[in-house]
Design a protein around this ligand. Structure first.
Ligand code: ZN
Length: 347
């Protein structure tokens, strides 16, 4: 079904949420057009959530974009509990996040000089920021989720502040910004990337990682949930980057990987034209696999089996792993700030 109408007018949609930005309610955040096709009515937990694709550029998003105030409240309080049942992170989550941070450090450190600053937007538990700090970088970050941000400061001694991206000054102070599984959460990825671009020094770079809508594992009825307002294919993510004054420097992932991993460079050029094949690519990706074929494919089953055995390993080793990790972080804090530490302990 193709509709030439404002987003909020899709059939059977629930009452409108208050919108602070009329544009977002009517127009595609990537190309600005107003023609959408409804592609889903339920989220991955079978709750009502309408999802649409822009018939011009292929960007997939909620049919109704939630208000900024509603999202801020959601992330500050309900998000962790609703999606992970954790207000403070479990040992398994910390271990997994630390291994993720180490992986990103390994991927990016050959391309970042030691004197350059690294700033993470949506730092989560703070493991990536701390990994870069321990490797010798000036690493800081922001995380609006109260419990996880508190953990990163209190337990990892990472420099992660409780802040929202758009509240930060748009001044060119950073060399490298990390955006790891965050871009899909913004009501306007374009506004977020434009703000990040303004925060980057000339020659600055942005590393983006997010779920890949075009990956073979992706099925329509399992892919959408409220927290992921936009869903990207390789084409729409690159299009969004170019639209916001970035160019693709390096791509770690292929079109089939479950996550997109791209390093973008700040440029002086904004490319408004989108890939004319974007919509077709999105629709092809969405219809690639039916349920049965999806579950029988070795490409799906083998990673699932590895994941399950990984869970067992995590369960058996996480407690010790995190104890050792927290000890390392504690010692790094003592060495870095001996005076502050003594004053804090005395207090
Ligand atoms: Zn569009």
């Amino acid at each position: 079904m193709t509709v030439n109408m404002p987003r909020q007018e899709t059939a059977n949609s629930p009452p409108l949420l208050p919108a602070t930005d009329d544009f977002l309610q009517k127009c595609c955040d990537l190309c600005g057009r107003t023609s959408f096709e409804l592609i889903g009515r339920l989220d991955r937990k079978r709750r009502e959530l309408h999802t649409s694709v822009c018939t011009h550029c292929g960007l997939v998003a909620h049919a109704e974009i939630p208000s900024e105030a509603e999202l801020n409240e959601f992330y500050a309080s309900d998000y962790r509990r609703e999606y992970h049942q954790e207000v403070t992170p479990s040992d398994r989550r910390v271990m997994r996040a630390w291994q993720g941070g180490q992986r990103i450090l390994r991927q990016l450190s050959p391309m970042i000089e030691q004197h350059q600053s690294v700033f993470e937007v949506g730092a989560g538990i703070g493991c990536t920021v701390k990994s870069f700090e321990l490797a010798g970088y000036d690493a800081t970050g922001i995380e609006p989720g109260g419990g996880f941000q508190q953990f990163s400061v209190d337990r990892l001694h990472a420099k992660v502040e409780d802040q929202f991206l758009l509240d930060l000054p748009a001044e060119p102070t950073h060399d490298v910004v990390l955006l790891v599984h965050v871009i899909e959460h913004f009501r306007s990825p374009r506004a977020a990337l434009e703000h990040i671009r303004a925060m980057l020094k000339p020659g600055g770079r942005l590393y983006v990682e997010c779920p890949n809508l075009a990956a073979p594992f992706a099925r329509r009825n399992r892919m959408f949930h409220f927290a992921h307002i936009h869903n990207f294919t390789p084409t729409t993510l690159i299009g969004m980057a170019r639209r916001c004054g970035f160019e693709l420097l390096w791509r770690h992932s292929t079109d089939d990987d479950p996550n997109l991993q791209m390093l973008l460079g700040r440029t002086d050029t904004v490319v408004r034209e989108v890939d004319p094949d974007g919509y077709r690519q999105t629709m092809t990706a969405l219809s690639r696999h039916g349920d049965l074929g999806y579950h029988l494919r070795w490409k799906y089953l083998w990673p699932r089996a590895k994941k399950l055995s990984g869970y067992l390993h995590e369960y058996l080793t996480a407690k010790q792993y995190v104890e050792r990790l927290l000890q390392v972080c504690e010692e790094s804090d003592t060495h870095a700030h001996p005076t502050d530490r003594r004053q804090r302990d005395a207090a």
